[in-house]
Design a protein. Structure first.
Length: 104
C-alpha cells in the first residue's frame, strides 16, 4: 500500500470491454519528509490507478498494487495492477499530524 496525490486523469476511448466505465487517475506517490518528518513529499514517480471511491484531483489517496488491486468487488474482473481504495483524511507520525485534508 502507498499514499499519493491525484495529479490528473486519463481518458481512453479504445480499451478492453472490462475497462469501459472505469475512471483512471494519475497518482504521484508521497513519502514522509526524511529530514524532519514534518510533511509529505512527492517521490517523482507516477502510477495510473483505477478509482473505486470517487476520488478527485488534488486529493491524497490510499492505493494498492498487484493482486491486492483486484480484491474489491469493483475490480475483481479488471486487468489492473493499481487501484485507489481510500481517500486520506489525516496522516500522523508519532503525535504530529503531518497531513490533514482541507474541509470543503
Amino acid at each position: 500500500m502507498f499514499i499519493g496525490r491525484i495529479t490528473g486523469s486519463i481518458v481512453s476511448t479504445q480499451k478492453v470491454e472490462e475497462m469501459v466505465g472505469q475512471k483512471l487517475l494519475i497518482v504521484e506517490p508521497l513519502r514522509v519528509n526524511e529530514d524532519d518528518q514534518s510533511d509529505l513529499r512527492p517521490t517523482g514517480r507516477t502510477f495510473i490507478v483505477v478509482d473505486t471511491v470517487g476520488a478527485g484531483e488534488g486529493e491524497v489517496v490510499l492505493c494498492v498494487q498487484g493482486s491486492s488491486a483486484r480484491f474489491t468487488t469493483e475490480t475483481k474482473t479488471l486487468p489492473i495492477d493499481a487501484a485507489v481504495i481510500g481517500i486520506v483524511d489525516q496522516v500522523h507520525v508519532g503525535s504530529n499530524a503531518i497531513f490533514v485534508a482541507a474541509d470543503d
